[in-house]
Design a protein around this ligand. Sequence first.
Ligand code: NAD
Ligand code: WQD
Length: 343
Amino acid sequence: MRILVTGGTGYIGSHTTVSLMQQGYDVTIVDNLSNSDKNVLDGIEQIVGKRPDFCQVDCLNEQALNQVFDTYKDIEAVIHFAASKAVGESVEKPLLYYRNNILSLINLLEAMHRHSVKHIVFSSSCTVYGQPDKDHLPVDETAPIQKALSPYGNTKQINEEIICDTAHSDASLNAIILRYFNPIGAHQSALIGELPNGVPNNLLPFVTQTAAGLRDKLRVFGNDYNTPDGSCIRDYIYVVDLAKAHVCAVERMLQGKTKEQVEVFNLGTGRGLSVLEILNTFMRVTGVTIPYEIAPRREGDIEKVWANPKKANEVLGWKADTPVEEVLLSAWNWEKHIRNLNN
Ligand code: NAD
Ligand code: WQD
């Protein structure tokens, strides 16, 4: 069984490729390497003992995308990770984000239709929920979608709608939309992980880069929120646990177990942790002191959000259960690996 993974050399895509291959799937990766490096394939090969097939193709290039389906006639399902994902950049360059994230999906759905590939798993985000009200915390899949706070977030909402409308018009299309909370950490081997471009915006890469001495100090954005310690709360999910959910989703579709043409699952741990809890736990488990200061709130930040993962637990038969201590250590081991630090 062959799975096409777009964005497969990226952070979540590479971990998912490992999980798929470890379950015996053949994987073809499509990636234009706009936010990843080809040597990620070496890391995957070292972990799995086999190299995934790789096509350096831009999903915006319809012809090249169709050629991939022509070449690999045994593709059974597609997992679509390829997208631009920097929230701040999307505010500055909205058209770039609308073009890349929306046209990539349209091209992919058309190519799938043309080649009679019926199953797609789509990477969405908890960002579609905005700040849920207190009746919807933890957030389940029935919580209302709120107006997106950024063009990036809007591309996720629009893409979800495109998938639903296409499924409505084409009874053979089967989709699973996965709304990720905050993915963190790296593979236990430290051979693959997150490779942020420039100064990281996300918390964990900023923490590990500060620990490695690349950044002077971490700025904790706000300690006056309505939370127990005043800092924001998120549901941090281990990327390897997240990767496994994709295998469950693909299997559910291939085994014909889906109950609706488009199913939606929240992928989180069900536990909210504050910025200061993450920071203190990181320092405790690694023994590294992180210089930090309390800084003003970051514009557009959600105060608190965490998942109710009951549906994914029960229906997908999946659970994110890696202890956060282990997850934070994996992030640190990866940072040390890429900086050639010894201990
Ligand atoms: P990533 O940037 O590491 O991976 C995305 C990959 O897609 C990169 O390798 C990039 O080169 C590739 N790509 C981008 N545009 C492409 C195009 N037009 N054609 C071919 N390849 C293209 O990002 P990630 O963190 O692995 O995220 C994967 C998916 O999950 C994205 O859709 C992202 O929006 C979504 N997501 C991520 C997070 C997160 O916090 N990381 C949270 C929720 C949802
Ligand atoms: C987490 C917490 C910050 C950096 C973003 C996207 C979202 C989704 C996941 C894709 C917040 C605080 C951070 C720092 C800090 N991506 N922080 N100092 O904002 O939950 O979500 O990534 O879909 O769409 O918006 O993640 O990692 O940026 O922040 O205090 O230097 O860490 O304020 O409370 P966020 P994050």
